[in-house]
Design a protein around this ligand. Structure first.
Ligand code: FES
Ligand SMILES: [Fe+2]
Length: 349
């Protein structure tokens, strides 16, 4: 188990930090990533990220406001450049003060925006000023505005949350309900997997369904589920020319808290119509997972040895292998060696 116990955060990678619409125009929002307090500040449609601790007396800048290219601290009004984090003004200084305020600065983080998605780069070495070595994952959204938006905070390390997310065997137990499945519906499955950029995919397949469902949707759906480091899962359902994208991002708040954000983007009219209903299902699922994580914490408190079995837990093993390979390549500068090979996994669920 020790090889899998590496409870470290994936670094030198882009983390999903939310949607542009999460932040009011010219507003600020607190964001916590791997124990680091960050303020997301929006000016127009551009988002900036700075350390959420004022270098003066530690007030959170996320309680302040955005003012002409700076964020203003709520305590004594010091302002910091959104781009460079440099202090621009200290209102308490007399007019003729010769204090060089620009020598004071607050750390900034690289931000990228792709459509409505905001990404923040987490570095292993905060002093490293080289440009990020990779781009955020390319995710093709059928629409910019999500049809569904839900989230839940889990009381566990992100590794347990990720493994819970990709675990195919808990469905019949944790998500047992009349409208989904019963213990009797458990059967053996065989799914093809293939490596993807810093991740892997359960390659496109047609989910079991009947022709009536296909008729409503206007074609035979094809689903591909992809997982990418650090913790982005997408399920892309293609029905004819339309697409439903289920987007799940896990964000490590700190060592013992993880946020799950679940979004659905679709240009499929029936799905959009059904989204309130789908939202109810998604919420039920997330709450069930969250309750199980809370239960699991009771056992984990005692730091027991854990197991991962073939093939039901193989994806969890791949997750650890990916993390390890990514960390190794960053530490040594050697190329990333992808640990996943194409294969078929079989399990009962
Ligand atoms: S604590 Fe921020 S200006 Fe004083
Ligand atoms: Fe689940």
């Amino acid at each position: 188990m020790d090889a899998y116990a590496a409870n470290h955060f994936v670094k030198d990678i882009w983390y999903f930090a939310g949607l542009l619409s999460d932040i009011k125009p010219d507003g600020v929002k607190a964001f916590s990533l791997a124990g680091e307090p960050i303020v997301l500040a929006r000016e127009g449609d551009t988002v900036f990220a700075l350390r959420d601790i004022c270098p003066h007396r530690a007030a959170p800048l996320s309680a302040g406001c955005v003012k002409s290219g700076t964020v203003e601290c709520p305590y004594h009004g010091w302002t910091f450049g959104l781009r460079d984090g440099q202090c621009k003004s200290i209102p308490a200084l007399p007019e003729d003060s010769d204090m060089d305020v620009e020598r004071i600065s607050v750390r900034t983080y690289e931000v990228r925006q792709a459509g409505p998605l905001i990404w923040v780069y987490l570095r292993s070495d905060p002093k490293d000023t080289r440009p990020p070595k990779i781009d955020p994952p390319q995710i093709d959204l059928p629409r910019d505005k999500p049809s569904l938006d839900d989230g839940v905070k889990l009381g566990c390390h992100i590794d347990h949350a990720v493994i819970g997310l990709m675990d195919p065997a808990h469905g019949p137990y944790v998500h047992r309900q009349w409208w989904w499945r019963s213990a009797k519906s458990v059967h053996e499955k065989a799914k093809d997997f293939a490596p993807r950029e810093r991740g892997f995919a359960m390659v496109a397949h047609s989910p079991s369904s009947n022709s009536f469902a296909y008729k409503i949707l206007g074609g035979k759906p094809v689903t591909e589920i992809t997982f990418r480091l650090p913790a982005i899962r997408t399920e892309e359902i293609t029905i004819g020319k339309r697409k439903v994208l289920s987007y799940t991002a896990l964000i490590p708040i700190d060592e013992t808290h993880t946020e799950i954000r679940q979004l659905f983007f679709t240009d499929h009219p029936t799905f959009r119509l059904l989204s309130p209903l789908m939202g109810g299902f998604a919420r039920t699922f997330l709450r069930q997972d969250s309750d199980m994580v809370d239960l699991q914490q009771k056992g984990l408190k005692h730091d027991p040895r854990l197991m991962l079995i073939e093939d039901a837990d193989t994806q969890a093993k791949w997750y650890y292998a990916l993390k390890k390979a990514w960390a190794k390549s960053n530490a040594t500068g050697e190329p990333f060696v992808h640990p996943v090979k194409p294969c078929t996994l079989r399990w009962r669920s």
